[in-house]
Design a protein around this ligand. Structure first.
Ligand code: CU1
Ligand code: CU1
Length: 286
């Protein structure tokens, strides 16, 4: 069973191993979707860009939908397994970031996730392991077509990070999904979206997995889904709009258009994502 941790609880070696695994997917492992044109890392960027209706749009779009948590759970787990394979190190797991910045909670350091963008250089991240200067983090997929320039961030340029109080109150929603809100839409809109906006740069685009922070951010959301379930143990862990055929528990999650290659051989229904232990991981604490 793989154990995911808060990045602040990881040893420096564990953090370094994670960073190296990201860089290995970026530099050493070939693409399944566009062999020769991009890396395995870039496949995940492309899938997410498609999922938001850009590139080769996925139907259904798993954003603004009850599918949000199941779809991102599979996406993260496949990325985690790809990192383990790339490094031949089954102890590599995804860290999470709890949206706090004080002290050891801050992931934006030169020896972990790198810093803010340099706004005098178009918002380019200029230090840390994912800076263009390292020559190990070229971007190959982005929302536009040409003229890219390395990973971009603009920390705090827009929006604000969710407060602990906002997290606690969002977790109180008693139903996964309901017409006028519910846990899914409240957490997606009020917790998830502002963090993308707060990091800014690439994180504020459909190609947001270009920033490895994407995975720490979504890992925390995945943990919060578990925490929400734990707090509402008598309600269904998933529910959807009754008139939407593709949101049923038996619906298969979509990661590629019919006329393009599948990014991985397995298929997952919504129901198959509900127990993280069945997917092979759990959280150290939640
Ligand atoms: Cu997403
Ligand atoms: Cu997201």
């Amino acid at each position: 069973m793989d154990i995911r941790r808060n990045h602040r609880d990881m040893t420096q070696q564990q953090k370094a191993d994670f960073v190296e695994a990201v860089l290995s997917l970026k530099n050493d492992i070939g693409s399944v979707l566009r062999p020769g044109d991009q890396s395995r890392y870039d496949d995940f960027v492309q899938i997410h860009k498609n999922s938001m209706g850009r590139g080769s749009p996925l139907v259904p779009n798993p954003h603004g939908s009850p599918l949000f948590f199941p779809w991102h759970r599979v996406f993260l787990r496949q990325f985690e397994l790809a990192m383990q394979t790339a490094t031949n190190n089954p102890s590599i797991t995804l860290p999470y970031w709890n949206w706090q910045l004080a002290g050891a909670d801050n992931p934006f350091t030169s020896n972990f996730m790198g810093g803010d963008g340099d706004q005098t250089q178009g918002g380019r991240v200029s230090y840390g392991p994912f800076a263009k200067e390292t020559d190990r983090f070229d971007l190959k997929v982005w929302d536009g077509e040409t003229g890219h320039r390395g990973l971009q961030r603009n920390l705090g340029g827009a929006s604000a990070l969710p407060t602990i109080e906002a997290v606690v109150s969002t977790l109180k929603n008693p139903l996964y999904w309901e017409q006028s809100g519910g846990w899914e839409s409240a957490s997606e809109n009020d917790l998830h979206n502002p963090v993308h906006a707060w990091i800014g740069g690439d994180m504020a685009t459909a190609s947001s997995p270009n920033d490895p922070m994407f995975f720490l951010h979504h890992c925390y959301l995945d943990l919060l889904w578990e925490r929400w379930r734990y707090q509402h143990i008598t309600t269904a862990p998933y529910s959807a709009r009754p008139d939407r055929f593709h949101e049923r528990l038996e619906s298969t999650l979509v990661f590629h258009p019919d006329n393009e290659p599948a990014p991985w051989p397995q298929h997952f229904t919504v129901a198959q994502t509900l127990a993280m232990e069945d997917l092979g991981y759990r959280y150290e604490y939640f």
